[in-house]
Structures are given as C-alpha cells and as structure tokens.
Design a protein around this ligand. Structure first.
Ligand SMILES: Cc1cc2nc3c(=O)[nH]c(=O)nc-3n(C[C@H](O)[C@H](O)[C@H](O)COP(=O)(O)OP(=O)(O)OC[C@H]3O[C@@H](n4cnc5c(N)ncnc54)[C@H](O)[C@@H]3O)c2cc1C
Length: 493
C-alpha cells in the first residue's frame, strides 16, 4: 500500500499540503533548501527587531479555516483585522487617502475628487461580486484535467462576465470612475498579482470585492510568521520531519514514476508520492529538464515583478506613517508599463511600506519602529546588475523621510536589503520574480503549470506557480486541490 510522501519545499503550500496528508495517515517527510520553514512567508530578526520577510497581509481568511476544519484542528494563530485597510500618498500631495471597508467613510475620502463615489463604488463592487460568486467554485477552486476541460468549464461562466476577460483592469475602472487617484488606488491590486492594471484582465476586479466587502485584509497577532509556527506545531504532533538545508538537484526514474529525488549532499530520497512546492515551472525546467519548460520557453513566459525589499530598524516613531501605506507618484501608466522591462530608472520609485511594529509592538525594542519596504522592480532578465542597490535604498529612505517628515537615515539602527538576486537564491524564484508566473489569460486555470506532472504519475505540485495562483490564500487552496488530485489518482486515500 502506498504510504510515503516526500514534499519538496516548506513554503505555505508545502506545509498546508503536509498537514492535510499527514491527517489522512500518510507518512510525510519534507525537504527544504533554506534553513527555516515558511518559504517567502518567513521572518528576519536583527538587533532586537523582527520583520516579516515578505507577506504582510492577506485576504480570504476562511481558506485557513477550511484548512483547519478539514484537518480537525483549531486555526493555530490569531487573525488581526485591518480596518482601515491601508493608506495611499501621491508625491507632492500632503494628503494620505485612507482606505476603509465602510463605504460611507470611504466615500468621505474621495467625494471631492470623485463626486457620487459611493454609488459608483457600489456598482463596481456589485459587478465584481457577481463574477466572484460565479467563478469561486467553478474555476478558482477547481482542478482541470486538461486545457479542454478548463475551456469547457469557462463556457459555464455566465456570458455577461465575458468582457472582463478582454478588458483590462484599468479599462474596467474607467467605466465606473473618472478620478486619476481613484483609478490608480483601486488598480493597485494588479501589483498583488505582480503585474500592472494595463495588462491585467478586468476579472481581477474580484480582488477589490474580496478586499473591501467580502472579507477584508488581515495580519496575524505576533507577526505573520506565527502562521508558520502554528502549522509547524501541528505537523510535529503528526511526526512530520523537515530536513533543512537540503536542496533537490536531481532525480532518478523508473518507467512512468520517479524512483527517488537527489539532494545537494548526494542523498537519495525515495517515496511513493512526491509533492513539489518549489516553483512548478522552475522545477520542471531545472530538475526534470522538460522541453516544454525549456530555458527559451521560461524566458518568454510572463513573470511577475521582482521584489526589492528593505528591513529597517528605526529609533523613534514615524507619526505620519500608517500600518500599511503605498507611496505613489503622478506618472502611473508610464512607470507601470516601463518598470517591468527596466525602461525607467528607480530614481523616483513607487513603493509600499509596512510599519510592522504598529500592529505587533513586540517586533521592535521600546520606542523604535520595525519598517518593511517593498519596491517592485524589474526581474533579473531585465536588470541583472544590482550593484546600485544601496543607492536605490537611499533614494527610497530619503523619499519616505520627506513624505513623513521624519529623518530616517539619522535614526537608522539596522538596515537589511534584498535585491532580486537574493530572492532568486533564497527560494529558487525564477529570475527573482516575487510572485512567480503572472496571471494573464494564457497563464491561468488550465493554462497554468498543472498540479499533476505530465510524465511521472507519482509527482504533484503545490504552491503559487501551479493552480490556482499566487498569494497566501491561493497557496492554501492549492494544497486542497493537490490533495483532491492525489485522492482521485490513488484509491487507497
Ligand atoms: C516581497 C513579497 C511580498 C509578498 N506579499 C504578500 C502579501 O502581502 N500577501 C500575500 O497573500 N502574498 C504575498 N506574497 C506572495 C506569497 O508570499 C506567496 O504567494 C506564497 O508565500 C507562496 O507560497 P508557496 O508555498 O507557493 O512558495 P514558497 O513560499 O516560495 O515556498 C517554496 C519553498 O520551496 C523551497 N524550495 C525551492 N526549490 C527547492 C528545492 N529544489 N529543494 C528544496 N526546497 C526547495 C523554497 O526554499 C521555499 O521554502 C508576497 C511575496 C513576496 C516575494
């Protein structure tokens, strides 16, 4: 009887899959190349400061509840709801737009620049919610056996939503709103998918619905890494062992199955089922050397923007800084379109700031702030050289100082910078792309790398570059989908 499962990668996708499988009685072992679990959902500690490495908030909390319920456990961490959700500032403007879930409060922020804002937003969200409800179970949370199966499923989506597939998110917003600021702010969700609103299909307006009405945004009491610590506690109870600093670099096959995976120390690991949490396209290219995922093919795929991240420990309190803030400028279209291909400099960057210590004061020594900054930048295909990283970091710090009236350089206790090259090395992210494959029409659903391997019938995939897509709730849904796949393929489950 098949019992042993080997999971490659201890990111959220891998950990969630491990929990589901171990609760079903499988003997689960995990291998992780990094020295800690969590993948991108990780943590950095320095000089008494603690930082969330990458994700700082998330939506669709009920996916974590589904995971816990289906495993018969309580959710092993505590959500903190963000309301207001975040703030947005445009260069040269003293105003910080505050984004509320409450539409009355929200319209108070925008009524002057967008008369009739509330009614316009209600109509926008109504349309987005109708789409969300029509695709949540039929498309997002579904396995596809083939591209035809996906296309067939798409034909069942009510035809009134069809234009949203062909319209861009920016065009969709333009149908409801006139104000530049409103359109820019509510198109920022495109960057959560790692792309721009000018090439993201309008179907992703569903993210505005999940952000404002459906569920909102959440952080976690004690920091985002509590999610990982909670899952690790549960896995320990089930005797799931994780081996760190073990990177899979090769494999052996036997007929249509993998017989073992080989790590960087030359050790061979055999199992009945292999679940790959490493990027699904990268793994097929690098390890399986699959022609359909050749270097040329990967280069031509659409990848999400790479992260340039900074972790600052700062003396004092930056009064003007909210817990989550976006700092934008007034050349949104030009910048968004050019930044991907490194056709615009980083001397006037757009960036996001999370004041970690606002929600979780224990993340900084008393009287200090833990600050995380994320600036989306071109991936290594377009900007391979990051010798200018300190210069970029200084530009961002000075801009933030000026907008918040706080001397950041003068109060800096610690600074860590990760450029796309660091991100690539840490977690095997293709060319440093932060969110993996983009979500354009040709890379979603049945067109995304499948969670079942094309050649080896005992290999499955979980995580952001397989179905359904990127982000924390999607990684959890992905673990549910891979569990279903395994259940369908093997009658013993
Ligand atoms: C800067 C940044 C900010 C983000 N912010 C948010 C946010 O606010 N909200 C949100 O919802 N999402 C956010 N995301 C996205 C989110 O982090 C990811 O979608 C999610 O964490 C992906 O989880 P995963 O399990 O698919 O992959 P990963 O977290 O990448 O885990 C994969 C694991 O596999 C390991 N691995 C890879 N190759 C091998 C190998 N050959 N052998 C052994 N191990 C291997 C890696 O080291 C890694 O630990 C952000 C991402 C980034 C980069």
């Amino acid at each position: 009887m098949v019992k042993k499962v080997l999971i490659i990668g201890a990111g959220l996708g891998g950990l969630s899959a491990a929990l589901r499988l171990s609760k079903k009685g499988f003997e689960v072992t995990m291998l992780e190349k990094h020295n800690k679990a969590g993948g991108r959902l990780n943590q950095l500690k320095k000089k008494g400061f603690t930082f969330d490495l990458a994700p700082t908030f998330f939506s669709m909390t009920y996916e974590f509840k589904e995971l816990a319920d289906s495993c018969g456990i309580d959710i092993p961490f505590e959500f903190i709801e963000l309301d207001p959700l975040y703030e947005v500032n445009f260069a040269g403007d003293k105003k910080f737009y505050r984004i509320y879930k409450d539409l009355n409060k929200l319209s108070y922020e925008f009524d002057k620049i967008e008369p009739g804002f509330k009614e316009r937003m209600e109509r926008y969200l109504l349309s987005a919610s109708a789409l969300f409800n029509d695709v949540e179970h039929t498309i997002i949370k579904k396995n596809f056996v083939s591209i035809m199966d996906f296309i067939l499923q798409m034909t069942k989506v009510p035809v009134r939503h069809l234009p949203k597939l062909y319209r861009t998110l920016w065009q969709e917003l333009g149908r409801y709103f006139n104000s530049y600021e409103v359109k820019v702010i509510f198109s920022l969700i495109a960057f959560f998918l790692g792309t721009t609103p000018f090439n993201t299909p309008a179907i992703y307006s569903i993210l505005s619905y999940t952000e404002i009405q459906h569920d909102g945004y959440y952080n976690v009491r004690g920091g985002m890494y509590k999610i990982v610590e909670g899952l690790l506690r549960e896995l320990e109870k089930d005797h799931v062992h994780i081996h760190y600093n073990r990177e899979i670099i090769d494999y052996k096959k036997s007929g249509e199955k993998i017989s073992c995976l080989i790590d960087n120390k030359g050790e061979e690991w055999d199992a009945d089922i292999y679940v790959i949490n490493s990027d699904a396209a990268w793994f097929r290219n690098k390890i399986f050397k699959r022609r359909s995922y050749s270097d040329e093919k990967l280069l031509r795929k659409k990848w999400t923007l790479a992260p340039f991240t900074m972790y600052l420990g700062i003396k004092g309190t930056i009064e003007k800084l909210y817990h989550h803030s976006y700092f934008l400028r007034n050349n949104f279209r030009d910048y968004s379109v050019k930044i991907f291909r490194n056709r615009i400099g980083l001397d006037e960057p757009y960036y996001y700031v999370n004041a970690v210590s606002r929600l979780n004061p224990e993340s900084a020594p008393e009287g200090c702030e833990s600050i995380f900054i994320l600036c989306p930048v071109p991936d290594l295909r377009f900007k391979p050289d990051w010798t200018d990283r300190q210069q970029v970091a200084d530009i961002i710090k000075d801009d933030l100082s000026q907008r918040t009236d706080y001397d950041i350089r003068g109060n800096l206790i610690t600074e860590t910078i990760y450029d796309p090259g660091d991100w690539e090395k840490m977690f095997n992210l293709y060319k440093g792309s932060g969110l993996g494959l983009a979500h354009n029409i040709r890379q979603i659903g049945g067109f995304r790398p499948s969670n079942k391997d094309e050649e080896y019938n005992n290999v499955f995939y979980v995580g952001s570059s397989t179905v359904p897509g990127t982000g924390l709730p999607m990684a959890v849904i992905s673990s549910k989908l891979v569990m279903e796949r395994i259940t369908n393929e093997f009658s013993f489950v």
